[in-house]
Ligand binder design. Structure first.
Ligand code: AMP
Length: 197
């Protein structure tokens, strides 16, 4: 039996139900593997798209799944009815804050601008030593290649330091997420010293 990890993992992913099903399958597999390892998943709380698939995958393995949904989105994104906990919050900023603050690691699956925004905020906070955990980017179908190219360009153009590349880890498949979380380079509050070039 796999060792129970006890990690609380914040997962950012798409609300879209119209994307290729391969993305929903990846979300479901990620939910299953994190739940099987004893992780608690914190996510956006919706039953739609990759978010719903993630939650269903985790719940199918008896996992603990915590949703954080802003009140004004309850009708649009539709809350998942079977979560371990659902927190209804006032706005998007509170949602993002609540999702990240109590998490030991962040995982980004493919998604739209909401997922980009959440992922880039986690990276920005980590650069400033305000978030210290692993950030794992799941690069299904090489979806994140343009964003990774842009992050590398930021380093090449000296908007960021080469050491900043240690802030995130890229994997190709959901089953690689847990090992990548465990192997992620350590990061400390002293990163503030090299935050600005
Ligand atoms: P998307 O990847 O665009 O489908 O968005 C994924 C999720 O992120 C959706 O639930 C959005 O409502 C959510 N989202 C978008 N912008 C923000 C934000 N600024 N703070 C928190 N959640 C957001």
């Amino acid at each position: 039996m796999e060792q129970q990890s006890g990690w609380t993992v914040c997962v950012y992913c798409a609300s879209s139900g119209s994307c290729d099903p391969v993305y929903h399958e990846a979300a479901s597999l990620l939910g299953e593997s994190l739940a099987a390892a004893g992780c608690t998943i914190v996510y956006g709380g919706s039953r739609n798209g990759s978010m719903g698939a993630l939650a269903n995958g985790a719940l199918s393995k008896g996992g603990r799944v915590v949703g954080v949904l802003p009140r004004f989105l309850q009708q649009l994104e539709i809350e998942h009815a079977s979560l371990s906990e659902l927190h209804i919050v006032d706005d998007m900023r509170m949602r993002k804050h609540r999702m990240l603050t109590h998490s030991d690691a962040v995982v980004a699956l493919p998604g739209g601008c909401g997922t980009f925004e959440e992922l880039l905020e986690a990276i920005s906070l980590k650069r400033l030593g305000l978030y210290l955990g692993p950030i794992i980017i799941v690069n299904i179908r090489d979806y994140y290649a343009p964003l990774l190219a842009l992050l590398n360009a930021a380093v090449d153009e000296k908007f960021m330091a080469p050491k900043h590349r240690d802030m995130w880890t890229v994997v190709d498949r959901p089953d690689e997420v847990l090992p990548a979380m465990k192997a992620a380079p350590r990061w400390s509050e002293s990163s503030l010293k090299f935050a600005v070039l």
